[in-house]
Design a protein around this ligand. Structure first.
Ligand SMILES: *[C@@H]1O[C@H](CO)[C@@H](O)[C@H](O)[C@H]1NC(C)=O
Ligand SMILES: [Ca+2]
Length: 224
């Protein structure tokens, strides 16, 4: 067989579970409650983070608390975590500390979330559907550690595991991007509207490295 053909057939036979893909217009569907189903996001983050912005869309009709984005280090739980406690209440954890943001929201409804944090001031921002919530501050001067395990669908209590069914996510997640800088308010609006925005250096939905585990399905996004 021709070498190129051989290579193509090797690639085609890799399980769909581990992939590098453009997921534009798609979502991960977490269709059931479990302590197992999750997606690992793979990023090359070799230096601690001084600043970041994380944005994504989510649609869930859970009214209990759940994890939206879980980033752990070896031996360090809740290094960076976005957690929804209840309707209208979201938390951002940095290095185990947390700040809580409140918003009046319609339930259930798709939501676009952006959150950012800046080490030099400790200021944390949280944006829901393009609206800024009241700024908070935590962990001024801290650096978020490198070599993370990043998990969607479950809340980690160890490095890539330690899941709890009662904190699992059931619903759909898409359009996830992460930058190693704090985006300006204007840039946040561009991301929310799905227009052209700065290249995401850490996680890019249009070139995502991920590993699907358990019952997770990729489907077109039919909401906005
Ligand atoms: C992080 O943000 C601060 C304040 O905006 C800036 O001075 C610093 O250079 C940034 N760090 C990196 C690594 O980009
Ligand atoms: Ca945890």
């Amino acid at each position: 067989m021709d070498r190129l053909l051989l290579w193509v057939s090797v690639l085609a036979s890799l399980p769909e579970a581990f992939a590098h893909r453009d997921l534009t217009g798609k979502v991960f569907v977490f269709p059931r409650e479990s302590a197992t189903d999750h997606v690992k996001l793979i990023t090359k983050l070799e230096k601690p983070l001084q600043n970041f912005t994380l944005c994504f869309r989510a649609y869930s009709d859970l009214s209990r608390g759940y994890s939206l984005f879980s980033y752990n280090l070896q031996g360090k739980d809740n290094e960076l975590l976005v957690f929804k406690h209840r309707i209208g209440e979201y938390s951002l954890y940095i290095g185990k500390n947390k700040v809580t943001f409140k918003v009046r929201e319609v339930f259930p409804r798709p939501v676009h979330i952006c959150t950012s944090w800046e080490s030099s001031t400790g200021i944390a921002e949280f944006w829901i559907n393009g609206e800024p919530l009241v700024k908070k501050g935590l962990r001024q001067g801290y650096f978020v550690g490198a070599y993370p395990r990043i998990v969607l669908g479950q809340e980690q209590d160890s490095y890539g595991g330690g899941f709890d069914k009662t904190q699992s996510f059931v619903g759909e997640i898409g359009d996830l991007y992460m930058w190693g800088s704090v985006l300006s308010p204007n840039e946040i609006q561009l991301v929310y509207q799905g227009l052209s925005f700065p290249h995401p250096t850490l996680l890019d939905w249009q070139a995502l490295n991920y590993e699907m585990n358990g019952y997770v399905v990729i489907k077109p996004r039919v909401w906005s």
